[in-house]
Design a protein around this ligand. Structure first.
Ligand SMILES: CC(C)(COP(=O)(O)OP(=O)(O)OC[C@H]1O[C@@H](n2cnc3c(N)ncnc32)[C@H](O)[C@@H]1OP(=O)(O)O)[C@@H](O)C(=O)NCCC(=O)NCCS
Length: 197
């Protein structure tokens, strides 16, 4: 089933839908390209192979894509509940998404925001109370995107998967925003996201 999200921007031809195996090669390519372009793969730690293994993560949740006609321009792995091998910081009642990526040529059109909003919608529909994510501490673009949508830092859950890679934990409280139209305002209870110093 596909969902066209009628928010603002210049991406009206973009459709957010569940990926099929026919999309996996394109998802692998755009995800590696996007992470590479933003400097995530500078440390040789095997993450490139993990990002490229789309079939391997397909059973962990729902892979969503942003498609424009035949072109797959963005993707994300959404997990409605914790428990899979890909789940990192989600606890009971929390959804999580990972490996959000938009092809470098298609960035800054609002596609990343649409994919995040689609995850929030699915989490809400699944009855989750919150959506949690981890982000590299040096990437200011994604942190701005998450802050704009209402994610807040939860520093007590920051963590490091391997030496030299520091991740900040972020949370979107679904109990504080009942609808997708309403999720631009950050909940007041936590400090807003700001790029780490
Ligand atoms: C993070 C990422 C997914 C964002 O994708 P995106 O499609 O560019 O995201 P958006 O277009 O929704 O928002 C990005 C910026 O473009 C701006 N933008 C959105 N629509 C726009 C438009 N029509 N024209 C110009 N700018 C626009 C947004 O305001 C935002 O600006 P900001 O950086 O000042 O906050 C992408 O940069 C990426 O793949 N990065 C590498 C992988 C990564 O870091 N993933 C996240 C891991 S936590």
């Amino acid at each position: 089933m596909s969902t066209t999200i009628p928010d603002s921007g210049t991406s009206d031809s973009i459709v957010i839908r569940t990926a099929t195996p026919a999309d996996y090669a394109a998802i692998a390519e755009l995800t590696v390209d996007a992470y590479e372009a933003d400097g995530h793969l500078a440390d040789e730690n095997g993450y490139r192979e993990t990002l490229a293994d789309v079939a391997g993560r397909a059973s962990a949740g729902e892979i969503l894509v942003a498609a424009e006609g035949p072109d797959v321009l963005g993707a994300v792995l959404f997990m409605a509940q914790p428990g899979s091998a890909y789940s990192e910081i989600a606890r009971s009642g929390e959804a999580e998404f990972r490996m959000l990526a938009v092809a470098p040529k298609a960035q800054r059109r609002g596609i990343g925001e649409r994919l995040v909003r689609a995850c929030l919608d699915r989490a809400r529909a699944a009855g989750a109370q919150a959506v949690v994510i981890s982000a590299r501490d040096f990437i200011q673009g994604p942190l701005r995107l998450y802050a704009r949508l209402g994610f807040v830092r939860i520093p007590e859950r920051d963590w490091s998967p391997i030496p030299g890679v520091q991740l900040v934990a972020l949370k979107y409280d679904l109990t504080a925003s009942p609808s997708n139209e309403d999720n631009s305002a950050p909940p007041a209870a936590h400090a807003p996201v700001s790029p780490p110093s």
